[in-house]
Every structure is written in C-alpha cells, then in structure tokens.
Design a protein around this ligand. Structure first.
Ligand code: GLA
Length: 686
C-alpha cells in the first residue's frame, strides 16, 4: 500500500484532467482547459488543497472518482450497494494504476473498482466497473466523478416532450442535489442524458463551459450536487435500481468536454465525437429522404404510393422510406406489432414490385419497423404472452407493450423476422421505432436491444438504421454506436423544428439529424408555413420530405426542388461542418453558422422564430472566423425579401467583402422580414 502522493494527467485535445491519490481512490485535482506540458503535478496537487475552519470536520473528505460514504463524505456516494439486505460501506485502496486505468480494492468486502479513461476525438471518456466476489444488489454506480466548476453559476440540462424535444433548462447551483433521472428504460424525451455547466458570463460563442454526455439508452441518473462545504460534484450512472443482483457492473461511457470558446466548443466536440468516432457509416453521403408517414399514415395503396414515389423522385428525393402500416393487419395503431409479415391485403404482390419502381426512379428503399414492441392484438402476443415485459395489468403506451429482449428466444425471433425481410428485399435502411416507455426500467432490456442491433449490423453492414422513439425519445451515443440517424422529433412544424434543431446541436451533428419538409398544414401544430421556411429549416440538417407531394402547388414544388438542389450541392462539406450557435442581440432570432472543416466556407441560417420587439433587425454577429481574413458574403435567398423591407441593406442587392473582425464584432445587417422566415447567408474565405 502506497501512502505517498501519486499524480497522473490525462490529456485530450483542449482539456486536461489531473488526478492524485495518497492511497485511496484517485480524485480530480484539476479538470479544465489544457495545462502546459511541464506542469508540476505534485505542486498542483498541493496547491489544490483547500482550507478548513470551525464548524466542520478536521479535513475535507476526498471528492474522489468514486466518493465513499465511509470516508466521511457527506454527499451522494459514488457507489450504493447492498448485500444480504445490508448496506455496504467500502473503503477502497489503490492497487494498480497505469495512468489510464485505476484499480482499487476493498479486500474485506471482496470488491474491485476499475476506473478507465480514454480519449476519443476531443472528449475524455470515463467508465467505472465494479467487480464483487459475491453477489450484491447495486443501487447506484457512478461513472468517474468529476468536480463541478466553482465559477459556474448554472446547470443547464434538458427536458422535453413529444414534438418538443431538447428543451434546455437552467438551474442555479445551490447547496444540495439537483437530480435528473430517466427511470422508464429509455434515455427519453424527458431527460436527454446531456448537461452543460457554463461558467459565469459564458454564451454560445465565448467563455468557459464544461459539458457531459452519458452514452446509454436505458435510462440514467445525474446528480449535480453542491456539498455542505461548497465543493461541487457531478455524477452520472444508469438509472437506479435497473439492474438485477450480480457480481459485475459497468457504467456506460461518460463523455467529458471542456471549452474556452463558449457552449460551441463543447457542442462541436460532441458533434464531431458522434460523427467521427461513434457512428459507423456504411456510406458517407446522406441521401435526400422521402418518408410517407404524414402523407398516407396506415392507408397503404401501392398505386397511390407509386404515384407519390414518382413525384418525390422528381423533387429530388433519393431514398423512399415506407413507414408504419405495411405488416400484419395494421390499419391503425391498435394491432399487429410483432407480426412482421407483409400484409397481403395491402401488398398482394409483396413489396418487391414497389421497390423495383422506387429503384427505377433512382431512389433506394427503406422500411419502418418497431421490433421491441408488441400489441396484445397480434399473433405474436397470442402465441407468446410470456415474452411480454411487465405485469399483465400494466398501463399500456400507444396501445402497445414491450417484448422482453433480455430473453434470447425473443431476440432470436426478432432477428429471424428482420433478417428474412432484409435478405429477401433490397432494403438499405430501417427506421427503427420505439414508441413507449418501458413498464419498468431495465438495463437488461437495453443490453438486449444493443445485442439485436449488433447482430443485424454484423449480418447486414450496408443497411443503415434510424433511431426513432416517437421522434427524439432515444438519442444518445449508445444507440448511435449502432445506428446512423435520429428522427429528432415528430414535429415537422418548421418553427418548432428550428428551435429543436438549434438546441439539439449541443449534441448532434448535421449528418445524423433527420429533418423533413412537412405538410403545408402542419399535422402536429395546425400552423401553416410558407414552403421557403419549411424547406430551409429541413436543409439545415439531413434533409427529407414528409408531405403528400400531391398537395404541392407549382410554386411550392419549384421552391422545394431548388432548395433540395442547393442542399445536394452543399451537403458534402456541410455534413462535415461544425454547427456553431450564434449569439443574437434579438431573442426572436435563432441562428447558426455551419463552418466548413477547413474554414474556407460557411453558411448561416438565421431563422426568425417570432416578431422582434424592436423595428429594425439588429446586426447578426458571426463566429469562428479568421480575424484578419476577408470573406465574401452573399444572401442566398435575397429573392425572398418582402416588399415591406423597403430599405437598402447591401446584401439585398449584391455580395459583400469584409473582414472576419468586422463580421465577428459588428455583424451582418439583414433585411427586415416576417416571423417564420429564414435568411440563408453563404460566406467564402478570400
Ligand atoms: C412514431 C414515429 C413516427 C411514425 C409513427 C408510425 O410516432 O415517431 O415518425 O413512424 O410512429 O406509427
């Protein structure tokens, strides 16, 4: 046992974590912007010791990577476990450390704690594993615990709901625990596993910000706690009580990001992480989608769908996704989930002639499935009631229940059904839905889903999968390691979508974020939006259409065709660009700048989400440019200017050449516009 001080540093691009131990579980003495190479870690550890005073115990209990109750730590412990009904109070000693992996043991209790760090992209990734000699019941195991910023004023985490995903909410740091928990077995609309910790004064584009993402789809817990002594800790783990008793437990990866460039530094760290390190891409280029859900719902008529396919191919679609309604006797959402056989009433010749038609039009074909679910009104539920998760008198969600994917037999059945479909048809895409919360959270269910997805991906590596869960109910690095796209929201309302996309960019890159041009009369909000606004909002992300193309006027069809062509002309660099959220002096403007990897070009999408309180548009400041370099700026859609815009801002008539300093310190004067309009500005470095 080594009682002397040991120190380690772990560096990812732009951040450093310094750990120290005097024999117990190591703890972070520094987490922040990258330290210089020669930093004296012993001096730094000594410098980080805080004072004590009256009215408290005689030393600060260690805030380690797994804080222990048995060392007088009075906050949330990193491990809460029971054996034989009795709580365990481990006191771990450090036994092995190689600078990336730290193994600590409590020999009396027969426990080993293995904490591992790796660097992925610009993130630092921590996981914790607990091994026990005898069975124990785990209540909570934290991924490596790091201190919360002492200069931080707020905790920004996310709430949300169906058609209203990724709603950032800000809470003040104050004594006690701020807790978020997704208990119902899904990362969830309600609690996406993401949080930002800005220091005082930070904005989208400036200041110091810390951020964390827990890469798990099965429900998680976050504790952001200010201790009685004023220190702060942040813990993430699986939702409490979602694992059966056992001897080996592992947290999901916890991704850590640090920025000295405002929220955008962390956002782009996560965007790049997902795009370049988490998602496995069969093919790099994103095709324009068409999804028929809001056009026909369950009413599948091959003749109508052939006509729709012909029309959307003409508009520029490159993949046709046949949504819910093709299987069993699925005429509404009350039956047939589980019966993954083509409905001969609707598709008497099967899907192949339709797929032939789609392919003849130059499109590929995708299919909707919801494998984890079952309706009681299905052949599957009648044959295997024992495969259904949860009590028989449970409250259903969307008239459906969940199959128990911890059972090998259930996974085998689903694998057989899906593999048969994929083997017998030219399907290169699955929209994989998950339309209800579990009756009770269970990590084994999530592990079963991952195993099924993994098996299918190994057998059909060229098939891409979209993660949908009533829209954005299951979005995290866990599911994205097995899928390539998320259906961010069931809201195709361009105004809602503008906001949702903006906030989801704190995690998601363009390449994985589906966005469709919806019907003129929005089916989820009742709003009517101009086609220009609908098309440009979809063009901000992985573009697609989801309306009935037979409703389009000539003008609408023309605008849609043109914007789609613009998107195709730009997608190669845009799908590798950073999405930078812009600060705006006008809260009614939701604006972002997509900056190419090489910095040579960018596009700004400036959406007007509401009428402004002032009359003349305030200049919009750009970001991330080279100060001394000049840029050529053009207003791509200047033809959209309304006649009520009566002045002469230069961009209405010609391109502008100005320096990065001007653009970042003064900003662009844009023409006046109605709400629910988008200005698209393209820039190139001269
Ligand atoms: C969910 C999805 C929709 C659609 C329907 C089909 O609600 O989020 O996009 O696929 O299921 O039933």
């Amino acid at each position: 046992m080594n009682e002397t001080l040991q120190t380690w540093r772990i560096d990812a691009p732009g951040q450093t974590l310094v750990l120290s131990s005097t024999g117990g579980v190591p703890g972070a003495v520094y987490w922040g912007s990258a330290l210089p190479a020669g930093e004296d870690l012993v001096a730094l550890s000594r410098a980080s010791v805080m004072d004590v005073t009256g009215g408290m115990i005689d030393a600060l209990p260690p805030l380690s990577l797994c804080p222990e109750a048995a060392r007088s730590f009075d906050g949330q412990p990193g491990l809460v476990a029971y054996r034989g009904g009795q709580p365990l109070y481990p006191r771990f000693r450090m036994e092995q450390a190689d600078g990336q992996q730290f193994t600590c043991r409590d020999h009396d209790l027969g426990l080993a704690l293995v904490i591992t760090f790796e660097v992925l992209g610009d993130t630092l990734v921590g996981t914790t594993r607990l091994e026990a000699e005898e069975d124990l019941t785990l209540h909570h195991l934290a991924a490596p615990v790091v201190p919360g910023p002492q200069m931080g004023a707020e905790i920004v985490d996310f709430a949300g709901r169906w058609i209203g995903e990724f709603q950032p909410q800000s809470s003040r740091w104050r004594p006690g625990i701020h807790m978020r928990e997704a208990r119902m077995g899904r990362s969830g609309h309600e609690h996406p596993p993401l949080a930002y910790f800005p220091e005082m004064g930070a904005t989208n584009t400036q200041g110091t910000v810390f951020a964390m993402h827990y890469g798990w789809s099965g429900g998680h817990v976050m504790y952001a706690e200010e201790l009685a002594d004023g220190r702060r800790q942040i813990q993430w783990g699986h939702a409490t009580g979602t694992r059966p008793s056992g001897t080996v437990f592992r947290t999901a990866p916890l991704y850590l990001a640090v920025s000295d460039r405002g929220m955008n530094g962390c956002a782009t760290t996560f965007q790049r992480l997902l795009r370049d390190h988490v998602v496995q891409w069969p093919a790099p280029q994103r095709p324009v989608h068409y999804n028929c859900w809001e056009a026909v719902y369950f009413d599948h008529d091959p003749e109508v769908l052939r006509d729709i396919a012909t029309r959307v191919a003409g508009l520029g679609a490159e993949r046709f996704v046949l949504d819910d309604g093709w299987f069993g006797r699925r005429d509404d959402d009350t039956s047939s989930l589980g019966d993954w056989d083509i409905d001969p009433r609707k598709w008497p010749e099967g899907l192949t002639p339709f797929i032939d038609h789609v392919e003849a039009l130059g499109m590929r074909f995708g299919l909707w499935v919801e494998p984890e679910m079952v309706n009681l009104d299905s052949n599957l539920a009648r044959a295997h009631p024992e495969w259904i998760l949860g009590p028989s008198d449970q409250i259903e969600g969307r008239q459906q229940r969940v199959l128990d994917l911890s059972k090998q037999g259930v996974r085998d059945y689903l694998y057989r059904k899906l593999a048969t479909l994929l083997a017998n048809h030219r399907i290169d895409y699955l929209k994989w839905d998950h339309n209800r919360l579990l009756p009770i959270g269970s990590a084994a269910q999530t592990e079963g889903v991952y195993a099924l997805l993994n098996d299918l991906r190994s057998a059909f590596p060229e098939v891409e999968i979209e993660s949908c869960a009533s829209g954005g109910g299951r979005i995290d690095a866990g599911i994205l390691s097995l899928t390539q796209r998320v259906w961010l929201s069931d809201s195709n309302d361009a105004s809602e979508r503008l906001r949702i996309q903006h906030d989801a960019a704190l995690l998601l890159p363009m390449a994985v974020t589906g966005s469709h041009v919806g019907p003129r009369d929005c089916h989820t909000s009742g709003r009517v939006h101009d086609i220009r606004f609908r098309a440009w909002v979809a063009a901000q992300r992985h573009m697609g259409f989801e309306m009935d193309p037979r409703e389009l006027s000539d003008d609408e069809a023309q605008v849609l065709t043109e914007v789609t062509q613009w998107w195709k002309d730009n997608r190669d660099w845009m799908q590798r660009a950073d999405i930078l959220r812009l600060d705006s002096g006008d809260p009614s403007i939701i604006a972002e700048q997509q900056l190419a990897e090489d910095g040579a070009q960018f596009v700004v999408f400036a959406g007007k989400a509401a009428a402004s309180s002032q009359i003349v548009p305030r200049p919009l400041r750009l970001t991330g440019l080279v100060a001394g370099t000049r840029y050529r700026i053009k207003l791509t859609n200047r033809g959209d200017a309304h006649h009520l815009s009566r002045g002469t801002p230069v961009l209405k008539s010609e391109a502008l050449e100005v320096s990065g300093v001007y653009l970042m310190n003064h900003g662009l004067n844009l023409p006046w516009s109605f709400p629910d309009r988008m200005w698209v500005i393209e820039g190139t470095k001269l």
